[in-house]
Design a protein around this ligand. Structure first.
Ligand code: FEO
Length: 170
């Protein structure tokens, strides 16, 4: 039987990941309105990945015969004064999600729930990549964001991002 705290945290993470998808849809919406379709595409794909993450937690709990309880998804309510604000909010959010994954891992570790730890290993690695991507976006915007031609090129680069399904299969 799964530990109550581990179960609760895993269940909460479904909601957190769907919120992440919602947040990135909001980012995509921001950039679409600014005419930066490449950035909008990048965050649309990011939102798709977050939905995948939510479904992995959902599927894991169901596979473990645990009850899944779905909660309301919070409204993304950040107001952005500039493009860089969005990118910084992205990094801040990913650092927060990393802390949530670490908290679940610690709870699983405390009760020797090795199966959950093994499931979470993929997310530990994924969060490293998510933070790197968010940092890279900030660096590129710092370097190229103030020059219209460079911003155009960066937008083109981000337009090329394509969705790939998660490598973790349950
Ligand atoms: Fe699901 Fe961006 O972490």
């Amino acid at each position: 039987m799964m530990n109550t705290k581990v179960h609760e945290l895993l269940n909460q993470q479904i909601n957190k990941e769907f919120y992440s998808a919602y947040l990135y849809l909001d980012f995509s919406n921001y950039f679409k309105a600014k005419g930066l379709d490449g950035f909008a595409n990048w965050y649309m794909i990011q939102a798709q990945e977050e939905r995948d993450h939510a479904m992995l937690f959902y599927q894991y709990l169901q596979n473990e015969n645990q009850i899944v309880s779905l909660d309301a998804i919070a409204k993304p309510d950040k107001v952005f004064a500039c493009h860089m604000d969005v990118l910084r909010a992205g990094l801040e959010h990913e650092e927060y999600v990393t802390s949530l994954i670490n908290d679940i891992y610690a709870a699983a570790y405390d009760v020797k729930d090795f199966r959950t730890m093994q499931f979470l290993d993929w997310f530990v690695k994924e969060q490293g990549e998510e933070e790197t991507n968010a940092n890279d976006m900030i660096t590129k915007m710092e370097l190229f964001g103030s020059d219209p031609k460079s911003l155009y090129m960066l937008n083109q680069e981000l337009a090329a991002r394509v969705y790939t399904a998660p490598s973790l299969v349950l």
